[in-house]
Design a protein around this ligand. Structure first.
Ligand code: 1HN
Length: 352
């Protein structure tokens, strides 16, 4: 038997009473309660959506001539979920995603802000980000962190356009009215050699002086794709039947997620074998690093190929399969770290 009961509606109340409440900045809860707290699972406005790179890239290249970097600061097209209203600049309720273009010789100036961000390199060679004086190269598939309030600027020393994916927790920070930025002077590059990666190049073996130093909140800022891919390939060799390789990007000093609100992971889909992700409460964005296939998100079939990006709402059912002869590699952004901090992250073990 359903325990659904009908709650009183606003229209059931005398109009002069409702107006009297409004005049005093008051509202009755009961007509709004079911909207605020749906039964059993959230009602998500976020729609399963795909942005094809073949559609995004020409528009971004057009922006290359329409929007000089001096005027744009960041030349970005934002991936907007139609279910959330495209002007709200959200891929899911909590995740901002943009595609950024930088042309040879350009500099996207130094700034810092309260939202946390990452870059995931999609195309082109010679791009780099400087974070707090450390120069971080961006080759295809590399993940770069620019944590909240850390100075960062981007440059390009190569000869072809460089494009990357930006992910930020901007919707969360905007919603708590905490979003702002500060402009800075051009960086003096103190560390041209990406030393943080040398420190953590081998698991469990670090420069000795690390023992005498205070823990940095963000000890590792760059995660090269070659390391991630090698780990996925190694894991894929020793899987139980029906399994798939899935790795998390973590802070190497804590073993936990590397940013406070957003989580990052990568997975490899075996050829010719559909994979059902465990249903979980976090919303997520999937970016196809290579390969082609089909995503089914809450019943929506979304065929994908290299560099496409997909959004899935909270609690979504997601099935992924490769359709070509090559395995599929996917980079995932989710808001599980925020949900864990709030004590609401859930993984549902049922397979449908
Ligand atoms: C930002 O700082 C960057 O630094 C890119 O490249 C996109 C979107 C909203 C707010 C800040 C960047 C951004 C952003």
């Amino acid at each position: 038997m359903s325990n659904e009961k009908t709650l009183g509606r606003l229209e059931d109340l005398p109009a002069d009473y409702v107006q009297g409440l409004r005049d005093r900045n008051l509202m009755p809860l009961w007509p709004a309660l079911r909207n605020a707290l749906p039964h059993e699972r959230p009602v998500a406005a976020t729609r399963p959506t795909i942005w094809h790179y073949a559609d995004v890239r020409p528009q971004l290249m057009a922006a290359g001539s329409l929007a000089p970097i001096e005027k744009a600061e960041r030349r970005v097209l934002v991936l907007c979920n139609p279910g959330l209203g495209i002007e709200t600049l959200r891929a899911t309720a909590s995740i901002y995603i943009g595609m950024q273009l930088i042309l040879p010789g350009e500099l996207a100036p130094n700034h810092r802000h309260t939202p946390s961000a990452i870059r995931f390199a999609v195309e082109g060679r010679g791009g780099y980000t400087v974070v707090n004086g450390e120069k971080l190269p961006m080759e295809k598939g590399d993940l770069i962190l620019t944590p909240a309030l850390n100075w960062h600027e981007h440059g390009h020393e190569g000869s072809d356009p460089v494009i990357w994916l930006d992910a930020l927790d901007l919707p969360i920070i905007t919603n708590i009215e905490a979003s702002y930025s500060v402009e800075g002077q051009r960086h003096v590059i103190e560390d041209p050699y990406n030393t943080s990666n040398l420190r953590f190049a081998r698991g469990g073996v670090v420069p000795y002086e690390m023992l005498n130093r205070q823990r940095a909140p963000y000890p590792l800022l760059r995660f090269p794709w070659c390391d991630v891919k090698a780990t996925l390939d190694a894991l894929a060799h020793r899987l139980p039947p029906g399994g798939f390789a899935h790795v998390a990007y973590v802070n190497p000093e804590t073993g936990r997620e590397c940013l406070p609100t957003l989580g990052f992971s990568a997975l490899k889909l075996p050829v010719g074998q559909p994979v059902e992700l465990l249903r979980q409460s976090a919303s997520m964005v999937l970016h196809v690093v290579s390969g082609e296939g089909l995503a089914v998100i809450d019943g929506h079939s979304l065929p994908f190929s290299e560099a496409d990006t997909l959004a899935a709402p909270t609690h979504a059912r997601i099935t992924l399969s490769s359709s070509g002869t090559e395995p599929v590699y996917i980079f995932v952004v989710d808001d599980a770290p925020l949900q864990r901090k709030l004590g609401i992250h859930q993984v549902f073990n049922e397979r449908s």
